[in-house]
Design a protein around this ligand. Sequence first.
Ligand SMILES: [Zn+2]
Length: 355
Amino acid sequence: MKLKTRYIILAVILVFALISTGCSTKQVQDPREKEPDTPKTEEPNSEPVVEPKSEPEETKNNPALVKANEAGQIMILEWHTIGEQEGRWARTYTNFRKDLEVLYEKGYRLVSLRDVVTNNIQIEAGYTPVVLTFDDGTEGHFRYIEQDGKRIIDPNSAVGVLKAFAEEYPDFGLEATFYINYYAPFRQKDSWQDKLKEVVALGMDLGNHTVNHKKLSTLSQEEVAEELAKMVKMVQEVVPGYELDTLALPHGINPKDINWAVSGEYDGTKYHNKAILLVGSGPIKSPVAKGYDSTKLPRIQVFQEEFDKWLNYFDNNPEKRYISDGDPNTISIPTSQKDLIDESKLGEKKLNTYN
Ligand SMILES: [Zn+2]
């Protein structure tokens, strides 16, 4: 009992001491700032004091140190079905999860297609942006299931896999564009509207893949406009204010005039596409590079052979890879890459070269 009272008194003194020093926090010495010769008083198995890697900002974001190359190429990856089957146009959800793991380990970070085409790439210095796209709005991209009487996102659908991965690795990001077509995108007739809202609420994007998935080369200008505008109207009715402003060409086939796909109007609904995506077959140029054209952006289809081929390509040719300088206001490149840059595409951004 006596001992207990002594502890209480000690505790009260300690609390007072903490309160009085707490008023002038500047005087409280950080234990990590101790003089080097201060004898260590920690118990042997207490947590070691980890010195934070406090590189000054200028060093961390030094373009030369992180080998920034914002003239480099970017992969826009493309999946079709996600499910139980693996094939040329199909990926299992297990392999899809592995795709994300490989990208993460190799220093890729997710960005939205919109941020690429508006040249507003914002990822940490030293990392490479990558864009994820899904065509055809199939159920495996986004499925609701019932669990304990509640509706949940199927963890084995693309949205479920992406969401779980982003929770585990928040620095990877949660960005993807779902190119929808047909009258009930994601194919569950009684919940497709909720899914469109949820994709947007999660911070991901919807894209136009036309209502009927026809070969646009066979259509008149009015028919092309109808195919695109109807999809825009459908999304606007479900997610008011959301702009469906990127297009993945069905079958990768252009209309007779690409401008018909860029902008137009049908039955009072206007559309304008900031980006038009092809089906194949390689990375895109940097949005500030000569020859970059937002109306014909190639993509890389993810089946094992093709995916490995491009990952290896960037591993073996690191100078071809876009590497961020961490500052969206500057475009940093090694001096050797200067010829690749189209200065008219820089806009407000400052070009920063280094040797
Ligand atoms: Zn398609």
